[in-house]
Design a protein around this ligand. Structure first.
Ligand code: SF4
Length: 140
């Protein structure tokens, strides 16, 4: 699946959940997206929920910002680095970010970065429309 396909499908799932939460305040919405609630009440939101597994090993994981607003992708590739195509990067060059490098491709690796999953960060960039927060992510 391309990044763009995943991005659009995930944003649609987010929107469906938000349509159910119009009676909640912003703070209550953020609380609703805590892993412990989502894994029980929104089982289709993330494939890891089926195994009761977190994407990052942290206590207060919040799922509102999956994906990260700082992620940048281009399914056609940003540049060529030798034989490899660079498909994604981190817009803030997080020191906890890394790269997956294969024979032909370079992808941003966010496995070690907790930036978008902290509630303080979610509160800082919060908007009830996920696509608004993520507007800089697709670079097609
Ligand atoms: S490295 Fe961190 S801040 Fe950068 S895109 Fe990945 S999760 Fe977001």
């Amino acid at each position: 699946m391309s990044y763009k396909k995943w991005f659009d499908a995930h944003g649609s799932k987010h929107r469906v959940i938000m349509e159910k939460l119009t009676h909640l305040s912003d703070a209550e919405v953020i609380e609703y997206f805590r892993f412990e609630n989502m894994v029980v009440n929104e089982t289709d939101f993330c494939p890891l929920y089926a195994e009761n597994k977190k994407c990052h090993d942290m206590e207060d994981l919040n799922c509102y910002l999956c994906a990260c607003p700082n992620f940048r992708f281009n399914d056609q590739g940003f540049t060529k680095e030798g034989e490899k195509t660079l498909f994604s990067t981190c817009g803030i060059e997080s020191p906890d970010g890394d790269q997956y490098v294969s024979e032909n491709a370079i992808h941003q690796n966010c496995a070690g970065c907790l930036v978008p999953h902290r509630e303080s960060y979610v509160r800082k960039v919060f908007d009830r429309d996920w696509f608004t927060i993520m507007k800089k992510v697709p670079c097609e």
